[in-house]
Design a protein around this ligand. Structure first.
Ligand code: FES
Length: 83
């Protein structure tokens, strides 16, 4: 179990799983795409503490206290500029 923030909201992952699965299946944040599931394509990239990270790699139990940002957490202006 780990507690961390996603797009400014505090969340708790009760079962250890890949961050990609937690974001898509539990939080329904579908901007995080599942391309290869093995860290090769980058379609699952999110920011963890400001660092671009492939969400299909880290397990949620390793994310205690981290801050995660997905496209859904960007401002409207940022979404227009960067997507
Ligand atoms: S799904 Fe391809 S790098 Fe994560």
């Amino acid at each position: 179990m780990a507690t961390f923030t996603v797009n400014g909201h505090t969340v708790t992952a009760n079962q250890n799983q890949k961050l990609l699965r937690f974001l898509r299946d539990t939080l329904r944040l579908t901007s995080v795409k599942d391309g290869c599931s093995e860290g090769a394509c980058g379609t699952c990239t999110v920011l963890i503490d400001g660092k671009p990270t492939r969400a299909c790699i880290p397990q949620t139990d390793k994310l205690e206290g981290k801050q995660i940002l997905t496209v859904e957490g960007l401002t409207e202006f940022e979404q227009e500029v960067f997507t």
